[in-house]
Design a protein around this ligand. Structure first.
Ligand code: C2O
Length: 533
């Protein structure tokens, strides 16, 4: 294995999209940021230098960070932020992982523009479990706001209302032509009769997306850096935080084909309706040739999303077995959703909040991981409720159970404990999809369904053989998903909705996993350049 060094200068850069220019926070002046490339089991050192006026931290989304929680990145969870003018070296090893992941800022809303791909190649001489593609391409999906994103969320917090939605989606940083503001958009050159692998990442702040290419089928081979049983589809569904690798085989002819990304949201809330477009351009085709168009499903096409999600299965081969925990130490039910708390200074006298088991998470003043490692009391409590305060009809819209409790409460696990966690959407304001991301682990999605989870009947239908393994899972609107994982990584691990507005509103919590007794079962000490609060 190798040690790979990267340097991230986080700088402002004037960037023009949708006919207007604004300074954005970037890695090395690039949007999306540079791609990190490494091999399974390599060690990566990224020196992050903060040249902007904001506090900063960077998260390596999906990297397990075994025993190196100090490098995980969520501000005030595993580290104090890197202050303006300061730097920090993130140092971690890619133990047993290969595939597409990504990095992003994990403080404020900086991840809108501070993000990029992580490509982890298999070990040398280990082939993919599918035919080797002719070429591989990164496809980062995002959102673009004409306004400054920090102003957008600050305005929303002041008013107590939902923030403005983005002005356009992006594919590799470009919206493509939109009415009134033509621009070419991203172009992917291909040659006929070859297979390409697209490493697709949803880096958008607040929207799940459909993704499609005119005239081409997509073969899904991997999600969240775990191999899946290959299946064909014309549309993929991808939530913020998730990654999906697909194979695309070009035909014998030529031409230009539209690549499109648009919102999937089956709740009656405001979304960005602009479809981002790019072009698959066959070699030899004239630039002036007409593009074959496609349209993505309507934003409330739940059946398209459900079909896609239910097609995902772990590869579960001899080489890549699905090690689903069968014996469970902690059986938890977390309700996730939005609520309303009183706010005398807000527009309606109330503000939208979000919660898990009715707890709206309050960020601490120093990082939870420091508090845990150095036994600093008064920073958090270990009494996060394993069940909702009282059972209710979770998915119906209702005014009871509205106000939430505030707290910095963690759920404590012993090393190697196994967890079954049912994530149940609540519809107190309205049912909505929530892509939940767990740091430090992959988990298996053993079941999902609509309505209220039934603890007697539903577990009988769980898939314990080849469930999909991921790090970010969509809790269906008005339904539930059940995941299982093994707490084999000591430290403090954040879990939150990857719709950034919901995280801001408090849809987050953390697990604290104690050290084991074995020689390699304890959290390592923090590095010497660890940022101070
Ligand atoms: Cu990709 Cu805690 O986030």
């Amino acid at each position: 294995c190798m040690v790979r060094h990267y340097k991230f200068n986080v700088v402002l850069k004037n960037t023009t999209r949708l006919c207007s220019t604004k300074p954005i926070v970037t890695v090395n002046g690039r949007y999306p940021g540079p791609t990190l490339v490494a091999r399974e089991d390599d060690t990566i050192l990224v020196k992050v230098v903060n040249h902007v006026k904001y506090n900063l931290s960077i998260h390596w989304h999906g990297i397990r960070q075994i025993r190196t929680g100090w490098a995980d990145g969520p501000a005030y969870i595993t580290q104090c932020p890197i202050q303006p003018g300061q730097n920090y070296v993130y140092n971690f090893t890619l133990t047993g992982q290969r595939g597409t992941l990504w990095y992003h800022a994990h403080i404020l809303w900086l991840r809108a523009t501070v993000h990029g791909a992580i490509v982890i190649l298999p070990k040398r001489d280990v082939p993919y479990p599918f035919p080797k593609p002719h070429k591989e391409e990164i496809v980062v999906l995002g959102e673009w706001w004409k306004s400054d994103v920090e102003a957008v969320i600050n305005e929303a917090l002041k008013s107590g209302l939902a923030p403005n939605v983005s002005d356009a989606h992006t594919i590799n940083g470009h919206p493509g032509p939109v009415p009134g503001c033509p621009s070419k958009g991203y172009m992917l050159p291909v040659t006929p009769g070859k297979t390409y692998m697209l490493r697709i990442i949803n880096a958008a702040l607040n929207e799940e997306l459909f993704f499609k290419i005119a005239g081409h089928q997509l073969t899904v081979v991997e999600v969240d850096a775990t191999y899946v049983k290959p299946f064909k589809t014309d549309t993929i569904v991808i939530a913020p935080g998730q990654t999906t690798n697909v194979l695309v085989t070009t035909h014998r002819g030529g031409g230009k084909y539209m690549v499109a990304a648009s919102t999937f949201m089956d709740a009656p809330i405001a979304v960005d309706n602009v479809t981002a477009t790019a072009t698959l351009h066959y070699s030899g085709s004239l630039t002036s040739a007409a593009t074959t168009l496609t349209s993505t499903p309507p934003k409330n096409a739940t059946s398209v999303a459900t079909n896609f999600i239910s097609s995902l299965r772990s590869l579960n081969s001899k080489q890549y077995p699905a090690n689903v925990p069968l014996k469970i130490d902690h059986s938890l039910l977390f309700t996730v959703g939005l609520g309303v708390n009183p706010c005398p200074t807000c527009v309606n006298g109330s503000r939208v909040v979000a919660s898990i088991n009715n707890v709206t998470f309050v960020m601490p003043k120093i990082s939870l991981l420091q508090a845990h490692f150095f036994n600093i009391s008064g920073v958090f409590t270990s009494d996060f409720p394993g069940n909702p305060p009282a059972p209710f009809n979770y998915t119906s819209t209702q005014v009871t159970n509205f106000a939430t409790k505030q707290g910095t409460r963690l759920y404590r696990l012993a090393y190697n404990d196994t967890v079954q966690l049912v994530l149940q959407d609540t519809g107190m304001i309205t049912p909505e999809n929530h892509p939940l991301h767990l740091h430090g682990f992959n988990f298996f999605e053993v079941g999902r369904g609509l309505g209220n989870f039934n603890p007697k009947e539903d577990p009988k239908k769980f898939n314990l053989v080849d469930p999909v393994e991921r790090n970010t899972i969509g809790v269906p609107s008005g339904g539930w998903t059940a995941i299982r994982f093994r707490a084999d990584n000591p430290g403090v691990w954040f879990m939150h909705c990857h719709l950034e507005v919901h995280t801001t509103w408090g849809l987050k919590m953390a697990f604290v996993v104690d050290n084991g007794k074995g020689p390699n079962e304890s959290l390592l000490p923090p590095p010497s350049d660890f940022p101070k609060c």
